[in-house]
Design a protein around this ligand. Structure first.
Ligand code: AMP
Ligand code: MG
Length: 413
């Protein structure tokens, strides 16, 4: 694309990206491994919940008719013929006119139809005095009242949180088919880059993007790995990408996509013809590469400045990861906030500034900007908790006006 060509809008590029994201085959996982994922099957229960009629209270199992006309003045006094504990392996039975001591969760004895709570009796051991009428069914949890055998428990597409995992466990499912976490491989490119842990000599830069993007991808729900650093060298880059293809549902590179003489990612991948390099009407993050490698593995080539990389990730890669996860809502929630200071933004570009979002005592939000527009400012990025979006047509935000903010809340998966 020539320099004077129209830039692609953020929304156009996002649409291109999402078009190029397919789906991953479901896999079977154990319950805790499936936390946060979407169910990929309809689960029908073959057991009822509860599994048997049982007591909701510690008390006495009785026949309601045996307490007819009972009152404090003239209680029903019933012989206690045994105890039923939770975990009782067989169903006990009880004749008319009798009572059994019963614990919460224990099976209701055959012949009983209600439970009177311990605290409403004299707590007798050999016989128990009950001083009110008990209603049939009282404190009895019926088999199948929660879920009947053969009924649908959870449908495909259900999000598996703690409650859903509890239900699956309760009906005896220890594994389920889910949409897996996409495997995201993150590669930093740049001959100036060194691994963290070595002191940077003059001209060297410690790679932080692979941590930034792998952590952001993990937070978005991916199974993300840092591949590490690749120098600005065609052959090495293509070699690493080829190896990682086999382990990736998404590849992400940073660096090497601008106009510079050593922008190797752009040069090497442009030649393949399956990755397109475009300029998007945004700031930061104008140069973007997206396409597919090998057997249609999506690859994102993000610019190298850390702030540009994060913004590009948030705008394009995170929605792609969420699409692969099968999520219906691909985008982060936004809030409206009062800008605490003035900001300028280039005409025709959507600007994403780093900000600190404050919750006002009155309930609304306000936002202050940190770090200016520079996309190399790692420390100010680290002090921010949101992105402030300044739309394409807006060139100035005055203090006190309302802006759209994307809080960068950690999901904790
Ligand atoms: P590039 O997009 O390759 O032209 O890089 C733009 C700027 O970002 C340069 O100053 C790079 O040194 C810096 N940069 C690129 N990759 C990384 C990285 N992985 N970690 C930290 N800084 C980087
Ligand atoms: Mg570079």
């Amino acid at each position: 694309m020539a320099d004077d060509d129209r830039l692609r809008t953020v929304d156009e590029h996002l649409a291109t990206v999402l078009d190029g994201i397919g789906s991953i085959d479901p896999i079977e996982l154990t319950l805790l491994d499936s936390q946060g994922l979407l169910l990929a099957e309809d689960v029908v229960t073959d057991v009822p919940l509860p599994g048997f009629d049982n007591s909701a209270m510690d008390g006495y199992a009785v026949r309601a008719v045996d307490t007819r006309d009972a009152s404090p003045e003239s209680p029903s006094v019933l012989p206690v013929v045994g105890d039923v504990a939770a975990g009782a392996k067989s169903r006990s039975g009880m004749g008319p006119g009798l009572a059994m001591r019963i614990m919460t969760g224990a099976p209701i004895p055959a012949g009983a139809d209600a439970v009177i709570a311990l605290e409403e009796t004299d707590r007798g051991v050999a016989r128990v005095a009950i001083n009110r009428e008990v209603v049939s069914g009282e404190h009895v949890r019926r088999a199948g009242e929660d879920l009947q055998s053969g009924a649908p428990a959870l449908g495909a597409g259900a999000a598996l949180g703690p409650q859903q995992l509890a239900l699956l466990a309760a009906i005896g499912r220890d594994r389920v088919m889910v949409r897996p976490r996409p495997r995201v491989q993150v590669i930093s490119t740049g001959s100036e880059l060194i691994e963290v842990g070595h002191r940077a000599a003059f001209g060297e830069v410690t790679d932080c993007n692979s941590y930034l993007i792998a952590a952001a991808a993990k937070d978005a729900g991916a199974d993300a790995r840092r591949v590490g650093i690749v120098a600005d060298d065609h052959a090495k880059l293509l070699d690493v990408l080829e190896t990682q293809l086999l382990r990736a549902d998404i590849l992400v590179t940073t660096g090497g996509v601008s106009m510079g003489a050593f922008d190797v990612v752009k040069e090497a991948l442009s030649e393949l013809g399956t990755v397109e390099f475009t300029r998007v009407a945004m700031q930061p993050g104008k140069p973007q590469g997206f396409g597919h490698l090998g057997d249609r593995v999506p690859i994102f080539c993000l610019p190298g400045n850390p702030v540009s990389a994060l913004v590009s990730f948030e705008v394009f890669v995170r929605p792609a990861i969420r699409k692969l996860l099968g999520k219906r809502n691909l985008h982060r929630a936004t809030v409206q906030a009062v800008a605490l200071e003035r900001a300028e933004s280039p005409e025709g570009r959507r600007q994403y500034r780093r900000g600190v979002l404050h919750r006002e005592a009155t309930g609304g939000y306000s936002v202050s900007l940190v770090g200016g527009a520079g996309s190399h400012l790692i420390a100010s990025m680290a002090s921010s908790n949101c992105l402030v979006v300044i739309d394409e047509e807006v060139t100035e935000v005055v203090a006190g006006s309302r802006v759209t903010v994307i809080p960068l809340l950690l999901s904790n998966r």
